[in-house]
Design a protein around this ligand. Sequence first.
Ligand code: ADP
Length: 307
Amino acid sequence: MRVTLTPIHRREHGISGTIAVLQDITEQERLEQSRREFVANVSHELRTPLTTIKSYAEALDEGAMDERELGQRFVGVIRNETERMIRLVTDLLHLSRLDSNQAPLRRQQTNMPEMLEEVADRFSFQMRKKSIRASVRVEDDITTVWLDRDQIDQVLDNLVSNAIKYTLDGGRIEITARRMHARAAGSMPEQSDAYPSSERSSRPGRTEFATRASESGDQGRQEPSSIAISVKDTGIGIPKRDLGRIFDRFYRVDKARSRSMGGTGLGLSIAREIVKAHGGSIALDSELNEGTTVTVVLPLLTGGETS
Ligand code: ADP
């Protein structure tokens, strides 16, 4: 709380009173703190690859270049680190455009089954390499949806690439789309009855969506019927203590692991911003060593609406 006192002067009486302004600066401080953290994170994330590039370039200069195999390996490291920096800067620019509303939605009629099949196809090579089986299921009555195809593709790419990264060889990934009935504004809509009951039931001791980190972009607004797209994997899962911060920029359960897989720690934050811009919500449900499900709920618009 900041208190500012301003004396009120009257010519004939001197000071005749005081105006006290009580300002709640908790929110301001919190924003300032998160801005400082963000800058520190960006600097650190850029410094790490730069330091690696510098030391490998020096080693090449000091003789490693003369040994063909070693030289090639070092050049490979430099290339990988450079690519990671490019990915990081691209993600940062994307986030900044989303933050300043410079990425307006270009909605178009989108064929939902086709869009989900295509995302699975884009990753089929990576999945085959890890012997991961994938399935795509879309409820029969879901056909076209009014959304920004490029941006939602990006969300799906992030989710599926995470599912692959954090799933061990031989695992399974399921991509599904189902209708949801809105219960109340700001809450996760109920699942449609048309959804197979085997998928709907919870495992013993686990409530559906019970341990989830959820971010909603349309709190306080009554939603019409929505569509829920889920990417479910049988991967390593996320410890409960990390779920609350999983959508934060640069937050990673295991930084070293994420980096070694080429991650920037910004994928889920970008997904959240894009989904928010669509007036939707994103939630993550995870069980350590069992798997993770990320569900994106989008308002079911048929065309012409703005959100
Ligand atoms: P990254 O580039 O590190 O993957 P993200 O923002 O996409 O960044 O994800 C943040 C963190 O959330 C990851 O580093 C990882 O720890 C965790 N995570 C995301 N998706 C999954 C998943 N499907 N399974 C397990 N952990 C996940």
